[in-house]
Design a protein around this ligand. Structure first.
Ligand code: ZN
Length: 343
């Protein structure tokens, strides 16, 4: 591990790097890279695309093109001048250490250590970073942790230890609009107080924005609420499935919770189809009895076939073709009936 942590001072920086003064305190600042110091929106396409492929190698390899969060770099360099050690801890793979060091040098990011994730370590961010900090910086006073809002688990880890943590959301401007930067204290409705990063030239709007943020919960409480809501919806869907006599779903806990909602909306759509059949039964029967019997039989068989789909994964894979409406129900049943030869 120590291979990844030599002290490094950029030499050929575009931006002046303050010379390291003698440490006057035992304090450290811990800062992430991706989505914090390095703006990575341009390479998210390697992880989130229509093909559903996650190409981590290409995602990491493109890190040299990231735009820098200049105001935060400035702030870190100021902290170093005050004698606070700046420790960079990133989940980025150490396979791109060379590119990362070049990038840090190019943008003048002064730092006292760079820790990169060893290849083959797939632990969640908080587990990887928490263990590293506890192993190497136990007893040091952590002035602040700067982290991406993607990693709420790191924020929770900090909160449990009363370590101040500032989260950076995606798309917080680009290089041009990031000249002004400040952390503003926001007292949230949940009674938590956070320091939010604010950017841009239109600082007259900051007070309004801070006021809006204060009316809502902090990111961690908002996440707790959203999770509770998801769990309640999943529980309701599970109950509805049981009342309907549908068999239990198979898969991981997370898959089953997700699939229950998808299946529930499929069968709500099928209910709408059945009501439509009742309403049109007499007229359709009079018009073309043979055709109508074929339609009704196809729908019955397709419904029974869907009832037998107990793999959570099947419902998740087909979620885009399921809509809780009469048309959605007809489309789903027709697709199943045609594929299985029920018509
Ligand atoms: Zn809160």
């Amino acid at each position: 591990m120590s291979d990844y942590c030599p002290v490094h001072l950029p030499t050929a920086a575009l931006f002046p790097v303050p010379s390291r003064t003698m440490p006057v305190s035992d304090e450290i600042v811990i800062c992430g890279l991706d989505g914090v110091l390095a703006l990575l929106e341009h390479r998210l396409r390697f992880l989130y695309n229509e093909e559903g492929e996650r190409d981590w190698d290409r995602f990491h390899a493109a890190c040299g093109e990231d735009m820098p969060n200049l105001p935060l770099i400035h702030r870190l360099n100021q902290a170093r001048q005050e004698g606070v050690a700046v420790i960079l801890v990133t989940g980025r793979s150490a396979t791109v250490e060379r590119e990362t060091r070049d990038w840090l040098a190019r943008w003048g990011v002064g730092h006292d250590a760079l820790w990169m994730r060893p290849p083959g370590d797939f632990n969640p961010a908080a587990k990887y970073k928490g263990a590293l900090i506890e192993q190497h910086y136990a007893g040091r006073k952590i002035r602040r942790v700067y982290e991406s809002a993607q990693h709420l688990d790191v924020a929770r880890w900090c909160t449990e230890r009363s370590i101040p943590c500032t989260l950076f959301g995606p798309n917080q401007g680009n290089g041009a609009t990031r000249e002004i930067f400040d952390l503003k204290r926001v007292a949230h409705a949940c009674e938590h107080v956070t320091l939010y990063p604010f950017y841009g030239d239109d600082d007259y709007a900051w007070d309004d924005r801070a006021g809006q943020l204060a009316q809502g919960a902090c990111l961690l409480c908002a996440d707790d609420e959203a999770r509770a809501e998801r769990e309640q919806k999943a529980a309701e869907a599970k109950l509805a499935a049981r009342e309907r006599g549908l068999p239990p779903l198979e898969g991981s806990e997370k898959q089953v919770a997700w699939a229950e909602g998808v299946r529930l909306s499929a069968f709500s759509a099928i209910d709408k189809v059945n009501r439509w059949i009742e309403q049109n039964d007499a007229a359709a029967e009079a018009e073309d009895p043979d055709h109508w019997h074929t339609v009704k039989q196809g729908i019955r068989k397709a419904t029974a076939w869907l009832e037998e789909q107990t793999e959570a994964k099947w419902w998740i894979d087909h979620r885009h073709g399921i809509m809780n409406s009469l048309d959605g129900g007809r489309a789903l049943l027709s697709a199943v009936a045609e594929r299985e030869g029920f018509f």
